[in-house]
Design a protein around this ligand. Sequence first.
Ligand code: HPA
Ligand code: ZN
Length: 337
Amino acid sequence: MTDINQFIEGLPKAELHLHIEGSFEPELMFEIAKRNRIEIPFGTIEEVKEAYKFNNLQEFLDIYYAGANVLITEKDFYDLTWAYLTKIHKQNVVHTEIFFDPQTHTDRGVSFDTVITGIHRALVDGKERLGISFVLIMSFLRHLSEESAFETLKQAAPYKDWIEAVGLDSSEVGNPPSKFESVFKKALDENYLTVAHAGEEGPAEYIWEALDLLKITRNDHGNRCMDDDRLVARLVDEQMPLTLCPLSNLELKVVPDLRDHPIAKMMERGLLVTINSDDPAYFGGYMNENYIATAEALELTKDQITTLAKNGFKASWLPEEEKNQRIEEVETYYQHN
Ligand code: HPA
Ligand code: ZN
């Protein structure tokens, strides 16, 4: 397997499903909590790690929002984003499309400007100093009201040039895409692309809604499409990308074991699937760990791994020329390794 691991490590990769708040490593959380003089309910890194044991999405979200509470200043958001970029740089991730959750911060009195300016400044530095291209996606929290999402869309207006798309995350069951149809319509009218988390814990029906009502360009997660043959046929037909997150699925008990992960079957059926890390600080791995664990559990071949890496670029919003160049790079790497 070492051979495969090395192959994965050297492969140029694109990440398309990453919550920047979910890349908040305990070490940095302690440092920022200290400088902002904020109490956190953990004494040691070990205690933090102990708390990161989840039975479902909600148990994770409760801890994830608590962790984000220590982020206050523009520098905090810069440091958070910069730490993520330096990490993925070492893993040969050359393009990343990241989510941020403005409401997690604006609801605590941190201004939209502080959040986005810190994140964006780090992304620009990452492009310049590490060569990592990027896209920023503003995600609405689906457990909050549609009115709150409208307010967030309004706050984003002055920063429109920095935001490519809007997304939908947080507690899925009971908060279907249809709840946000109007605000997504407004976002589409304003020329944002749209994506949504659907079919992680929620049913296949939510994926239909995301497609038909929110007019998504990509579906985040989407595991549950496998319950519905007609839906799979449509996703294949439209080559709708699914941004899968294997270690996240394992940690949140979406799958009982990685050997049960549907990604290989999905590929066989012709779905455009990609591997991503979701919330790497909480789920025990960045891109390489996700690829390696999945390859090991499902005994993926280099050929399959290469397809997954190509899919990452194919499903990205890179300009066509850059996209093709990256896919070519992956192919060349495969030929030589
Ligand atoms: N699902 C829903 N909401 C989230 C996730 C996720 O995997 N990560 C961060 N917010
Ligand atoms: Zn996610």
